[in-house]
Design a protein around this ligand. Sequence first.
Ligand SMILES: *Cc1c(COP(=O)(O)O)cnc(C)c1O
Length: 395
Amino acid sequence: MKDLMEMSDQLFVNTYGRFPAVMVEGDGCRLTDAKGSEYLDFASGIAVCSLGHCHPVVTSAIIEQTKKLVHVSNLYYTLPQIELANMLVDNSFGDKVFLANSGAEANEAAIKLARKHAETGCFEIISLEGSFHGRTLATLAATGQRKYHQGFEPLPVGFYHAPFGDLAALSKLITHKTCAILIEPLQGEGGVRPLGKEYLQGIRKLCDQNSILLIVDEIQVGMGRTGSLFAYEQFGIRPDILTTAKALGNGLPIGAMITTNKVAAAFSPGDHATTFGGNPVSCAAACAVLKTILTEGFLDTVKERGDYLYKGLKSVADQYNQLFAGVRGHGLIQGLVLHNHVAEKGPEIVNQLFNYGVLVTLAGGKVIRCTPPLIVSTEEIDAMVAMIEEVVSNI
Ligand SMILES: *Cc1c(COP(=O)(O)O)cnc(C)c1O
């Protein structure tokens, strides 16, 4: 593995700090590296492989579709696209869909649609501090974390950031030029920070009062992660535009923007496009994913397992309360939060867990983020919690 990793470091632009493993195989919640070592995967490729690695239903949908048709561009209609859009519309607030290849592209589509939908001269978008919306220039401008902006200025103009949790401050940023507020119902990269129900409902109200659109970024928390197909369902709000991506294709690249007929009417042919977006293979995978998530009882089990994971992590947080401030999240995205003054222990804990064969990710600098596949078993949760306890007891 060492030679392969050295070769890779020479070949690639240096954009990733990687863990020292060349992964070769995945099955459910397990990964195997080139040395044959096994890992218990509580990262899921950052909340992407939500049905676990190589889920048989998704794999067979991909194989079958590659035998029929792989690409024709959006100059023509294809069956998997129509089937997918139908399912997304049937199971959400939306009437219409735009398919992209990634989260950032779904958000780009949302930003462009919000601007086109608004009156001329009305282009400002407000998002929240601590948010993450992508790495393209516009989605970077929307991202409320300065560290990601540095070195890339000037960014597109018209993006403003409101302090997290402060409805009054958000309201003050609204001007006659504002066209949308963009939020994650739970900030993933920002540190597994859920927005309170009243806060979210307050944001919806602000949008209504000022006739601006609410864009809900569910790229990380959509597709069943929180125990409902989309997180917004649990907050009693309706988005005007929703974006989702990560888990939509269980690993194949696909993103979607969902919206209402009224908002969608702002776009006409030629306004926005993508060559690969909605390609038949990714759509076939996404159809298989949606069908599986919507199987009777699937989401109830996600909620149950989420509670179980929360309790396990909470017991560790309570036992080591000099290190941890608590646990937060919804369903199967849970974060073990370090106290600020010991935040530097975060990378150490994550690296130690890796050495023990458990994969988690660090979010917001001080939060151990757990996003296991939604099919994770209670035994796997027990094993993971036991490993965290072991690691933390030696920190
Ligand atoms: C990952 C993520 C994105 C960006 O998605 P990409 O597919 O990496 O472009 C945007 N928003 C949120 C909330 C995310 O978690």
